[in-house]
Design a protein around this ligand. Structure first.
Ligand code: UTP
Length: 289
């Protein structure tokens, strides 16, 4: 298989980061000087993705504006001799072919992915959750795509999470294949204590084949009334079609307040322009903690 397309579901309501996400999509919350979704688009582009579909909804038009040209701003930048930032702004609008579709009702991640059916057609595709930013040497979705193309199967991005947190994630039944690659046999979303399969959880990325749409079409809503992507992926796993890659990289959950703070601090420390000053500031501040 060859993975050329990616889907970024970004239509969630972000209730855990209100009031910040009331009028500004959580995917647009900045990590120092870049909105979260730009990190995600850049990761997809660096992994060889040619076309991206962002799943949006009524409140998310800022995302479209961000990846569009901005003629007045560009003119002003050129006029005032700010060539470098002008070039950056134009390059941003040319990053990739980005398409948009609206999820008309917020019926869960599975339903959001189903909205990509026409865009995906008959090809495998990558899914990058719009509120999960992953900073890594080698782009995380690229690591998954490599395994999907090699084994010709669906792949989920996995990591071990602490025992006391696994009930907030999707627990996995896995068996090692080689290095950081696993077979995935089963998965349970937000398990009860007696349902925990392992501390491995799906975190933010997967590569799927178009058969998932038939499965999603027959997946009923779960306990909270949402159609879960993991319920559909479970069917694939049970039929032997799913692998897991324990990807290299640090994941930041932009859907929760602590995750946002961690992203800002760590990206800020590594930032070429403000990193040194920020490090000094944190050193001083830490003395009073
Ligand atoms: P989350 O469950 O983390 O997002 O979905 P949420 O629903 O916005 O979260 P809270 O609980 O209200 O804070 C993971 C990803 O799936 C997208 C979200 O935008 C996020 O990127 N999503 C979720 C959709 O696109 N549509 C949905 O109906 C639900």
């Amino acid at each position: 298989m060859k993975v050329r397309k990616a889907v970024i579901p970004a239509a969630g309501l972000g209730t855990r980061v209100l009031p910040a996400s009331k009028a500004v999509p959580k995917e647009m919350l900045p990590i120092v000087d870049k909105p979260a979704i730009q990190f995600i688009v850049e990761e997809a582009v660096a992994s060889g993705i040619e076309d991206i579909l962002v799943i949006t909804n009524r409140g998310k038009s800022l995302i479209e504006d961000h990846f569009d040209r901005a003629p007045e701003l560009e003119e002003k930048l050129l006029f005032s001799g700010k060539q470098q930032i002008y070039d950056e702004m134009v390059a941003l609008s040319r990053l990739c072919n980005i398409h948009y579709v609206r999820q008309k009702e917020t019926r869960g991640l599975g339903h959001a992915v189903y909205c990509a059916k026409a865009f995906v057609g008959n090809e495998p595709f990558a899914v990058l959750y719009g509120d999960d930013v992953i900073v890594s040497q080698k782009p995380a979705i690229g690591q998954l795509i490599e395994a999907a193309e090699r084994f010709d199967k669906c792949v989920v991005g996995i990591k071990e999470v602490p025992s006391d947190l696994i009930s907030s994630y999707c627990t996995l039944d896995v068996s090692p294949v080689e290095d950081n690659i696993y077979d995935v046999f089963d998965m349970i979303e937000k398990p009860m204590p007696e349902e925990i399969l392992s501390n491995f959880a799906i975190l933010g990325r997967c590569v799927l084949t178009p058969d998932i749409f038939d499965v999603l079409a027959h997946t009923p809503p779960s306990r909270n009334g949402e159609i879960q992507l993991t319920d559909a992926m479970r069917t694939v796993a049970k039929h032997g079609g799913m692998m897991g890659v324990e990807y290299e990289g640090k994941r930041y959950d932009m859907g929760n307040k602590l995750g946002i703070l961690q992203a800002i601090v760590e990206v800020g420390l590594a930032h070429p322009e403000v990193g040194t000053g920020f490090r000094q500031y944190l050193r001083e501040l830490s003395k009073s903690l």
